[in-house]
Design a protein around this ligand. Structure first.
Ligand code: GLN
Length: 471
């Protein structure tokens, strides 16, 4: 009965006076317990925060976002036992606005992956089909958005597509902001020039609220800029007269059925008065190899601090430092982490640096220019978020790494450009969700949000899978 009352209630409506916070939180506690395949650390002291604009709204955090005193492992055994003595800036902002951190969600180890099969703890199952993955690396966050039908917001993080891809696989909304709109202070870094924290929610309005709360300039992260403030402001604006570009090659790369589903969604945007035109992006094919050079190069330096002395896992102090360092990392890191350390170290080694890392930086500049050029002609771009629907967990586990990397083909380019993206569910293929990817120029969050919101209204309600009630 009470669950019914909150079912489909938006996060933006949570401050309504008829919400009985005590009852709500006891229900939430039970629901989170049921969803333990998606989240590793639940907080039972839900601290009934009633003040502030969020009025106690629950938030979950990807496991790589630090919150004071809470286990924060970034999906890795090497961080088991680590409890940060501080809050990430996004967490501080949520708490200040009266939000409540209630759980940490599963992810790929250090965010390396596309289906959470690289998580050291468990691989979250897709609520639409338990044999399939939730996507990665913010898989637990997207699974949570799909399965928890109570008002809440999940924070994920994207380096090369880790918000959009899982949002698309789980049929929820993922918002990746422009690089620098949200502070990275307190995020366990993957690749500093690419990482972006962003909200994953059940609808566009809630995602906009999430960004509103966490964005803004932060003296602890010198790459941040002032927030645009109210990201919900433009949601109801008319989209007629806007020009939407369709990058032709994105539709060719995606599976036919996925492209067809997205094309149907685009025709709905046309019905709403948007002008649609095909565009050509020249650098799409170059993006994946560029991403898989730059991201591991940065990651391999970031991972050097996990040496078994400062955070998490510790071992017997035997041998010299090199021996200890190798032994502890040999035990604490998973296979994909070791692979990325090796790739990243190799590509920025003296002798190879010019050939790989420096060259990749130059290509990255060309990719940015490619997008900038296209945004002279169109307001936003629309394409499939991912070339495929959520793969089966077993398939993904058996897939060679390079094949897995290809799932990022449509999200790597825009992530390298540091431009904002919004994945909105737009239909089903083989009974699994497909995502419509709306991409904008730097700081054009409001444009993609208003198109996403208009589309969502036109599309109508999603019938999310019923999660087993065993209690
Ligand atoms: N799948 C990509 C990778 O493995 C992206 C991950 C991410 O965005 N964190 O690197």
């Amino acid at each position: 009965m009470i669950r019914l009352k909150y079912r489909d209630m938006k996060a933006t409506e949570f401050s309504r006076s008829d919400v009985d916070k005590e009852k709500f939180y006891s229900l939430l506690g039970r629901e989170l317990e049921k969803l333990k395949g998606l989240n590793l650390h639940r907080k039972i002291d839900f601290g009934l925060e009633k003040d502030g604009k969020l009025s106690g709204l629950p938030f979950t955090l990807k496991d790589s976002i630090c919150s004071e005193g809470d286990p924060t492992y970034a999906g890795s055994k090497i961080l088991e036992g680590y409890r940060p003595p501080f809050d990430a800036t996004v967490v501080e902002k949520i708490k200040k606005a009266g939000g409540n951190i209630v759980a940490k969600t599963h992810q790929d180890e250090f965010a390396f992956g596309t289906g959470c099969t690289n998580c050291a703890f468990t691989t979250p199952k897709n609520p639409w089909d338990e044999e399939r993955c939730c996507g990665g690396s913010s898989g637990g966050a997207a699974g949570m958005a799909a399965a928890l039908d109570l008002p809440h917001i999940n924070l994920g993080e994207s380096t090369g597509g880790s918000i959009s891809v899982p949002a698309s696989f789980c049929g929820v909304v993922g918002l990746t902001p422009t690089y620098g709109v949200v502070s990275r202070y307190g995020l366990i870094s993957f690749a500093n020039s690419l990482d972006k924290i962003g909200p994953i929610a059940r609808n566009v309005e809630d995602a906009a609220l999430g960004l509103e709360v966490i964005s803004g300039k932060d003296e602890m992260d010198q790459t941040t800029v002032e927030s645009e403030g109210d990201y919900r402001e433009a949601l109801e604006e008319d989209i007629s007269g806007m020009t939407i570009g369709l990058p032709r090659d994105y539709f060719e790369i995606a599976d036919d059925e996925v492209s067809e589903t997205v094309e149907k969604a685009v025709s709905e945007l046309e019905q709403l008065g948007a002008d649609v035109k095909k565009v050509k992006l020249e650098m799409t094919e170059a993006a994946l190899p560029t991403y898989y050079i730059i991201a591991p190069a940065e990651a391999s330096t970031n991972l050097a601090k996990f040496c078994g002395m400062r955070y998490g896992m510790e071992g017997e102090l035997e041998g010299n430092f090199r021996e200890y360092f190798s032994k502890i990392r040999g035990q604490g890191f998973g296979e994909e982490v070791k692979r990325r350390v090796m790739i990243g170290t190799y590509t920025r080694m003296a002798g190879y640096r010019d050939k790989y890392y420096i060259k990749a930086l130059k290509v990255r500049r060309k990719i940015i220019n490619d997008f900038k050029h296209v945004f002279k002609d169109v307001d936003i771009l629309a394409a499939p978020t991912s070339p495929v629907i959520a793969p089966k967990i077993k398939e993904l586990e058996e897939m060679p790494p390079v094949e897995q990397y290809k799932i990022d083909k449509l999200t790597a380019p825009i992530n390298l450009a540091g431009m904002p993206q919004l994945s909105v569910p737009c239909g089903l293929n083989k009974k699994m969700p497909v995502g419509l990817h709306l991409m904008g120029n730097h700081f054009d969050e409001k444009k993609i949000l208003k198109v996403g919101h208009a589309y969502e209204k036109q599309r109508g309600k999603i019938n999310y899978p019923e999660v087993e009630d065993d209690g």
